[in-house]
Design a protein. Sequence first.
Length: 256
Amino acid sequence: MFKGKFYHTLDAKNRTIVPSKLRDELGDTFVITVGLEGCLYEGLKKLTEEIIGKEYMRDDGAAMRIEKCLVDANWGQSTDTVYQFCRESEFAGIVVPSHGKYIGASSKPMGEYKRAVGDRVGLNWRMPNVRGKRAVRHVIYDTNYWKSFVAARLLTSPGDRGALTLFGRSSDDHLLFAEHLTAEYRVKTEGRGRKVDEWKMRPDANDNHWWDCVVGSAVAASMSGCVLAGTMEDKKVRSAAKPKIKLSELKRMRSR
């Protein structure tokens, strides 16, 4: 996304020529709007149509679709635009505004927050019941916890349970992605009787956008019911199912 102004004339057919220095970066298709909010709204619309509006094939041939897509709503003046888009989108219910919250060792952990009527609470994330201008369900999650969670998945040996791996064998294919994933470092801190990894940006790092995207994807997976064995929700989700009993068998048991 480019921001700024460029003055150019129109030809007889009301067409303008894109400056040559921008053509290679913009590609064949791009959107021009007046104002940052218009660019953001249109960009979200095009992106969600592309990634949510299609099926993804698994190796076994089964078709899958995206069930949950979080949109970062923490970016200053763009927050209202994100909420408006999620409310008006054709994928409303799938796209959800998200707010990552920095919860350090000295902060009150999310598990101790008071639960209000209508709130949906998960593993270090919650969807508060909201009303008013931003009457769109949004999710708030503990960024430090989920960054540590994803980092642990990346450090797990390939083939072991809970490992997160990248496709292919060429490191060059994922160089930029890896730079984003290593743009932050953890600092182990202690406070209020608990130990927490607090994540901070490296001074020499430029961007961490894809790192935030992977973390948000992990939260979205948790919201959709995905559970890693050993986490605090594991017992609740993986409890043994009760055996099914036919009505006729139930009547015989009661008549005894």
